[in-house]
Structures are given as structure tokens and as C-alpha cells.
Design a protein around this ligand. Sequence first.
Ligand SMILES: Nc1ncnc2c1ncn2[C@@H]1O[C@H](COP(=O)(O)OP(=O)(O)OP(=O)(O)O)[C@@H](O)[C@H]1O
Length: 809
Amino acid sequence: MAKQKLSTNKTNAQKVEKTSIFSYIKSRHSKTLFSIFLILFSFFLCIAFISFFFNWQEDQSTLNYLTDKTVQSKNLLGKIGAHLSNFFIYEGFGLAAFIIPFQVFLTGFFTIVQKKFSRIIISWNWGLLTMVWISIAFGFLNENYALLSGVVGFEINNYLQTFIGKTGLTIILIFTLISYLAFRYKLSFDAFIEKMKQKRVQREADSLEEESLDKPSEKIKEESSSESIHLKKDKKSEFEVALENLKPTIEKHSDVSPKNEGIILKIEKDPELKIEETVKVLEIDIEETEEEESSTENLSDKILKDFGEFDPTLELSNFKFPTFNLLKQYNESISIDPQELEANKDRIVETLKNYKIGIAEIKATVGPTITLYEIVPEAGIRISKIKNLEDDIALSLSALGIRIIAPIPGKGTIGIEVPNKKATIVSMHSVISSKKFQESQMELPIALGKTISNETFVVDLATMPHLLMAGATGQGKSVGLNAVLTSLLYKKHPAEVKFILVDPKKVELTLFNKIERHYLAKLPDVEEAIITDTTKVVHTLNSLCIEMDNRYDLLKDAMVRNIKEYNVKFKQRKLNPNDGHHFLPYIILVIDEFADLIMTAGKEVETPIARLAQLARAIGIHLIVATQRPSVNVITGIIKANFPARIAFRVTSKIDSRTILDSGGADQLIGRGDLLYTAGNEINRIQCAFIDTPEVEKITDFIGSQKAYADAYLLPEYVDDESGTSIDIDIEDRDKLFKDAAEIIVTAQQGSASLLQRKLKLGYNRAGRLIDQLEAAGIVGGFEGSKARQVLVQDFIALEHLLENEKKQ
Ligand SMILES: Nc1ncnc2c1ncn2[C@@H]1O[C@H](COP(=O)(O)OP(=O)(O)OP(=O)(O)O)[C@@H](O)[C@H]1O
């Protein structure tokens, strides 16, 4: 028992001894000793290696006598030093062998600072690889001096060169170097680009950088890892900037605990991520938006660049505007007899004296047909008194055409217009060739005539926007209309303006037939563009309403407010013709005898005219309505309200004058083109420019003889409600082209007569009849106003079925 106890005690003692040795090795104390040993050993090796390079040749002979005391080594660290150096440098890796003491030193250092063991292993792996590479590289670069590469480097180099040659080895060395850098220091092409970006960003953020350099973060210095140290060398200031930016953002979230601070530092430890974030923010601000902008702009600009601005006049690019010499010139120098002037003045002074109106001053302005006497009454005379005496004064002066303006708007003087004994004709030539007209930038300029002070009077039809003309027979209405049309012919290209001429008298506007394919618009399938028939007028007006609706749709689609903006956009190629967009010409509807129409068609005419007058302004449809009878049943309230611009030639009664102008005066005109014009406020007395029929003929001949469009401007098709009721039901009576028409309609899936007209080259009436027959056969739906009819048959097969079923029945 005692023996047994003794032996157990012994084994226990041994166990304790073993554990204590093991724990001693693992203890911090032993680790420190081991580290110091490694560090000193690294110095030992380093000194031995350096010494070896100076004495290696002498020491070669001593290497075999390690134990022989008599043999001395030159190496600073004796025979051991010489042996170790020979082993690592000469027989090993040459100059690269210095990596060994370096690695030994690192191992000692890592152990003392308690780095992980895995870290030491990684460090050795990279160290050994580097050593091999360097020794091969030295062997390759300097084959004659083998000490630099060592036997290992020399031999591997020789071995590889026999297999892949010098070039191959060069490639391998370069490749391995790049791979090493890529793996070891995580260098990449992206990182390179990133660095370039950082440099630029840094330049831009110079001010920020300076700020951050003033306040370096202590925390970063303490916590930075080896990578962060490396990056800081390059981008130190930038990290600090980012840190400044990041910190407050996190701190804003309520009270941040010390844990949160740890989070901040963790984020900062990943410098790459931070660089990315910083760069991204700046990139979005500067680069991406710029790119987007330029790409959107380029789209229409590119088309514009490639094709240039759309030119609506291209089809008739050789069109020549009528020349001035087509118009007659008259002697237009205004000459008034001074005696006539004096006599008129005396009469005015005398007459006013009779009414106890004293004159302080009198001034005369001589115009082409009348002379304006401007009077400044004596102090104390009320203008209302003169105004009340208007008729009496006119009577006393006993002259036709006297008009008293009391006061002249904006002047405070009284005007008395007295006709000249000898009127001067204002020629169309003089107003058309005037600088004012020629240089006018108006959309639709009209040179109406000359004012009392002999100035050319030019107005814009586009701003009027509709014009009402009235005057008794033979007072110059037709001449006035011709002057309006001529003005536009001299200024506007056929692509820019189209006229719809309504002439129930059948004589006045016939001359314009010659310019049908240049300037006129008409209904499809109508032979004559100039409309003389009341039913056609109704159709045309309704068709114009459809055109108006279509144009409004186009404007809405183009997101513009008026025709001018629309055409500008279209010219700049910002509107796609495939979506139905096209250049819109102005359409001017001229009705020469409105009273006639109202008497025969009444509401049928009044309603579309009122609708057009109310709405058509923005889409470039303008109306000019002339009438001999300016009575209230012709110029109704609704018409009057929508025609703010009015021209009054001489009328027979004051009432008529009031109907047109809302004031008298037109009854006191002298006729022969003497007119009053108002656009809503003041009234101007104008002598209308004179143009006679031969002149109009010359102009229309001149235009008509030039190359024209294939047809007049076609207005949308309008089908009367009543015509839809007389449908041909009998199959036998069907048009020969019925089947062809049905196939066209089904293929296009669009039930419109104009489509049939185009495809089958038919007149409007026949196409209309075909559509009716198709409706009766159930191929197209009923009439839907401005829209195309619905097609009820989906395809050819269905159509065949339908037609065969019809035959069976
Ligand atoms: N601006 C003018 N300058 C000189 N004479 C003119 C002018 N306008 C018209 N006249 C003269 O008046 C005559 C009648 O003009 P116009 O034919 O234009 O009248 P109207 O009002 O159209 O008559 P109707 O209504 O009967 O057709 C012309 O033949 C011409 O001699």
C-alpha cells in the first residue's frame, strides 16, 4: 500500500512538473523572452549577412573547418555567422536572404505585441514568396554575379530559361509582380481610377481639406490599422473631411452612447467605402445631371442639325411674290388750294362764333380726301357744348362729309373734318410699297389705306381677330376687300395663308379663281373653290368648325397656346408629323355679302360663324364679313360681340352707323373709299387704298401662272345629317366599287370618305354614297361628326362572310 502510494505521488509530481513547464512556455514571460531572442537573432543574422558580403571570398576556405580552432573566420560573427550567411545567401537566395532576418524580427515584434499567430504565418508566406521572386529576378538580371541571386535564384532562373526562354521568364516575372501587388496591397484598376477621381475631388474640396488639417482627429490616429496608415499617406485630409461629415450625421440621432462612437470608428476603418461615398455624392452633383441634360436636348437638336429647320415654303420654293409694277401709280401729291383752306377756316370761325364759341387757335392737317381743322377753344368753353352743337355746326358749314370730333382723343382739341374739293386717290401701289408695310413684322398685315395725316395705315388681321365691313352700295366695300386680299398676297407665301371666298353676288371675287391651287381652300370634291351657293356655305362653315376642332387637338397635343407657337415648334422639328402634326396655314374666310346669307340660311350660317368667331382666333382662322345692309337683323348681337374690328364705309343712316360702329359718323363719310376703322376703342378715318379690277387680274394672273400645289387646301369632309338618311339599301343598286371600298375600309379600319376618295380616286359625292352603302351593309357605323366612322367588320374573312350571307338572303 505504502509502495503504491509512493508511486502515485511520483506520477502526480511528474504531471504537475509537466503542466508547470507547459504553462511556463505559454506564459507571457516566456513569450517576451522568446521575442527578445528572435529580435536579437534577427540583428545577429543581419550583421552576419552584411559582413558576409565583404568577406565571403576569404571565408570560403574556412567553411569546412567549423570545429578547427586554428582556423579563423573574417565574418564579424565568426564561423557561425559565416556558415549561416553562406547557407542563406550563397547557397540560398542571395541578396533576398535579408528578408529572413527581417521576417525573424517581425515574428519577434508580433509576438511581443501579441498579434495573432495567423498574422505571423501570413507574413512569413509573403516574405518567402518575395524572397524567391527577388532571387530569381536577380539571377535573371545579373547572371554573372551569382552572389546576388544565390544558388536557388541562379538555378531556378537557368531551369526556367531553358523551358520558356528569356522573354517568357520576363513575362512571368512581371505577371507575378503584378499579381503580388494586386493580392498583397489589394491594388486594382478600379482602385487606380478611384485614386484619380480622389485627386480631382481633393482639388475641388481644397478648402475643406485645409479645414480638416487644422483639426486632425485624434481618434483616427489611435485606431488606424496598417491599411489605413497606407491610405492616409495618400488621402489623409480626405478621410478627415469625410469624418467631419459623418460624425454630426450620426450624433444627430438623439444621445449617442459610447457604443455608437465605436460604430463611427468602425465605419472610418473602412476607408475604401468612405472614399466611394464621398466621391459618389460629388459625382451625382456634378456629372450625372449634366449628362442627362445634354441627352434630352440633343434629341430635337440632332434632327434640327441633320435636316435644318422645317421650311413650309419648300414645295413652292420658287414662288415669286407679285411685283409692284402690277399696281397702278397715280399722281398722289396732295395739293390743296390755299384759298380753299382759308375759306374753310373762315366759315368754321364764323359758324362757331354764331354759337358763341370763341377760338383761341386753329390748325389744319391736309389729308388725301379730307382736311382736319384742329381747334383750341377759348378758355371757359365747355367741350360738351360743342359736342351738342355738332349737327348744327355741320349744317351751317353745309358741306357733305363734315365730321366733328369733340374732343380729339388724347389731345383735348376739337377736330372738324372737311372734305377736300379735289380728292386724291390713294393707290394700292403707294401703301404696298410703303416702308411701314414692307417692314412690318405682323402675322397678317393689311395695308388698308392712308390716315388723315397721309400715313400708311397698316393693321394686323391676326390680332383683330375678325373683321366686320359694312357700307352702302357703291361706297367702296368691294375695293376694300380687294385691298385686304391684295395686301396678304403681297406679304404671305401660299404655304402660310389660305382663303375661303364666299361670293353670293358671283362677280366680285371670281378673279381669285386663278389662284385656287396657291391660296384657296375648299371642301373636298367641290369643283369651284369660290363659294356662291348657300348650302355649300353652310357645309364649308361646318367643315371649318371641324378644322377648328382638329387644330385645337393638335395644339393641345403640342402643348402650345396658339398657331404661332405651334408653327414655331413644328418648324423646329419638335412635333412628329407621324402623329398627325403638320404646318398650319392661316385660314381667312371672306364673305362678301353676309346679309344675303343670313336672309337665306339664317341660323344655319349664324351659328357656325358665331362659333368660329368665338373660338377660332388662337388656331389661325380669321373671318372677314362684309355687308351692304348693316341692320340689326343681319349684324346680330352675337355676331357683333365677336367682331371687335369694324370698318364702316358710308352708310345712309345714323342708325346703320351705330349698328356698325356703336357711334355715328359713318353716315357723314363722303364715299369712294372714305372709311372709319375701329378695333374697339378709338375711331380712325382712313382713305381706303384703291385697287381696280384690272390690277387684281394682273396680280392673280401673275400668281396663277406660277407652279402650284396639286390641289387647293382641302378642308375636312363634312357630311350633312340629312344626307345620311337616304341610304341605298338595295344590293343591286350598289356602286360597282362597293367591294373595293369595303376592302379598303376594313384594311385601314377607318371609315372615312376622304380615304376612299384618295384610294379609289373618286369625287366626294361618290365616296360619300359609298360610305352610305357601307353603313347600310353594316360595315361602318353611323355618322359621328368630325370623327371617322367606326368600322364594324374586323378583317377580310369577316367581310367575306358578311357579303356571302347577304347574297344568300
Ligand atoms: N378707295 C377708293 N378710292 C377711290 N375710289 C373708290 C375707292 N373705293 C371705291 N371707289 C369708287 O367707288 C366705286 C364703287 O366701289 P365698290 O365697287 O367697291 O363699291 P361697293 O361698296 O362694293 O358696291 P357694291 O356693294 O354695290 O358692290 C368704284 O368703282 C370706285 O370708282
